[in-house]
Design a protein around this ligand. Structure first.
Ligand code: DGL
Length: 268
């Protein structure tokens, strides 16, 4: 048994889609979630800068005494997962691998699309993983720079999604990876635009399963039967984060604590 919390982080509220699945899969665990709102969005930034941010946050969470870290951000997973796994003492779980294999399993016409931030598209990890599993798949990736800021601002996304979806529809993709943890927050918009014939793939559920398996393997689960707790930290405005977070998570967030970027920098 291990009563330390699990650390989860993202640039903003997107990682709540992963946290939600973790809460459902592991109700006895405690969680600490950090949203790096002061530096959002990560997508347009160079990969080495995102890697530095991810390191700072992971080391900060490790110093808070977490037993495992979930990188609930595709851009940060693309930029930093192997480096984090190498340098941290606690296990680190990311979000890209489960989606790539789910997409290869799902496609019938072997045309797979990806919608993601610029950083995730540029890093090319999805394409590499998909092609490792089936080199014959035609892969089309579209960067969607407007989506994360619109979602974080609680604004309408239909027109932007329609524009980003068009090249994938033109390429005849029957399977589309939503390669950003923010996107499942507006799942009905994607479903409306792509329709029933396209399989939408996102990995929150499988990521939660991977976390649960890791804890089980190590014998690190919390006491069964207890109801776990969660707390939230942001580098941005706690009031704004709580309002948006409660809307998306549909759970009370409690008091959101503010952590400054310089505290994160000091942790690294
Ligand atoms: N949720 C992050 C991701 O999964 C968003 C990155 C950003 O801040 O642009 O990539």
């Amino acid at each position: 048994m291990d009563d330390r919390p699990i650390g989860v982080f993202d640039s903003g509220v997107g990682g709540l889609t992963v946290l939600h699945e973790c809460l459902v899969t592991m109700p006895a665990e405690d969680f600490v979630y950090l949203g790096d709102h002061a530096r959002l969005p990560y997508g347009p930034r160079p990969l080495d800068e995102i890697r530095r941010f991810a390191h700072e946050i992971a080391l900060y969470l490790e110093a808070q005494g977490v037993k495992l870290i979930v990188v609930a951000c595709n851009a940060a997973t693309s930029a930093a997962l192997p480096a984090l796994q190498e340098s941290l003492a606690v296990p680190v779980v990311g979000v890209i691998t489960p989606e790539a294999s789910a997409a290869v399993r799902a496609t019938r016409n072997r045309r797979v699309g990806l919608l993601a931030t610029q950083a995730t598209v540029e890093a090319g990890r999805y394409e590499k993983l998909v092609r490792t599993l089936d080199a014959g798949i035609r892969f089309t990736a579209v960067a969607c720079p407007a989506l994360v800021p619109l979602i974080e601002a609680g604004e309408q996304t239909v027109d932007a999604v329609r524009e980003y979806a068009a090249p994938l529809q033109a390429a005849g993709c029957d399977t589309v990876i939503l390669g950003c943890t923010h996107y499942p927050l507006i799942r009905p918009v994607f479903e409306r635009i792509f329709g029933r014939d396209v399989t939408l793939v996102f990995s929150a559920e499988e990521t939660a399963r991977e976390v649960a398996d890791t804890l089980a393997r190590k014998g690190w689960e919390n006491e069964p039967g207890r109801l776990g707790d969660y707390r939230f930290l942001t580098t941005g405005d706690p009031v704004v984060f709580r309002e948006l977070g409660e809307r998306f998570l549909q759970l009370p967030l409690g008091d959101v604590e503010r952590v400054s970027v310089s505290e994160l920098e000091r942790a690294a």
